[in-house]
Design a protein around this ligand. Structure first.
Ligand SMILES: [Zn+2]
Length: 244
């Protein structure tokens, strides 16, 4: 998978930690391949109920590791409510505090929780060094709210979906080029217009150039120009990979 990605020019991968266990695995992976990997340390809102005092103590230690360039993914997900809302709000607040303490940016997840999410972010924004609204799938108004908070907006292969991606194709036209990040969200969110479509339905980093092309087309820019900008933005937010 790593080699397939490298063959199409995707040679640095940011691995998402979404629970204590997956963050530990992510840090181990970075240690095995420090040239090409970094990771995040966080507890996804689906797992918010697991973030008890002991888990939070461990997360504080993990987040300080040099392999970790961001706190998250963290946030609120009221679409599936796999953890109760109050547990999600508590876990999100604690991770925003952790991001402020560690001076690392936040890697943010939000679904169907826009108002509560923005309220907490507004409260913490002055203490945060930065952040990205990861896997952004909404429209221009929601994008504007994140831009007003001086956050980056992460765009996935959702934009390749002819029907569901319509709102997003409109929104990306309004995002300044110095606020855009691109991501796969692999193994999820396989772009729906890949030809041929992989039989196992698994998304992989090697599809990132395909997503770049779709975003560039929606914005009327060249993929080369947009790609260079998103690499600069990645370096500016995460401090990695360092630009020459
Ligand atoms: Zn997510």
């Amino acid at each position: 998978m790593i080699e397939r990605a490298a063959r199409v020019g995707v040679d640095h991968l940011l691995i998402t930690g979404s629970s204590i266990a997956s963050t530990r695995i992510a840090i181990d992976l970075v240690r095995k391949n420090p040239e090409r990997f970094r990771c995040t340390a966080g507890v996804h809102p689906h797992h918010a109920s697991d973030l008890d005092a002991a888990a939070m103590t461990e997360l504080r230690t993990l987040a300080r590791a040099p392999e970790v360039v961001a706190v998250g993914e963290c946030g609120l997900d009221y679409f599936r409510n796999l953890s109760p809302r109050q547990a999600q709000l508590d876990a999100f607040r604690r991770q925003l505090e952790l991001a402020a303490d560690t001076r690392k940016p936040v890697f943010l997840h939000e679904r169907d929780a826009h108002d509560d999410f923005l309220a907490l972010l507004r409260e913490f924004r002055p203490q945060l060094v930065g952040g990205v609204a990861h896997c952004f799938t909404a429209g221009p108004a929601e994008a504007r709210a994140y831009l007003e908070l001086d956050l980056y907006v992460g765009i996935t292969g959702w934009i390749c979906d002819e029907r569901r991606g319509q709102n997003l194709r409109e929104a990306v036209r309004h995002i300044p080029i110095d606020r855009l990040l691109i991501e796969t969200d692999a193994p999820y969110l396989l772009p729906r217009d890949l030809k041929p479509s992989p039989k196992n339905r698994r998304n992989e980093p090697m599809y990132l150039p395909h997503i770049l092309d779709a975003i560039a087309q929606a914005r009327g820019e060249s993929p080369a120009h947009l790609g260079a900008a998103t690499i600069r933005n990645t370096a500016a937010l995460f401090g990695w990979p360092q630009t020459p």
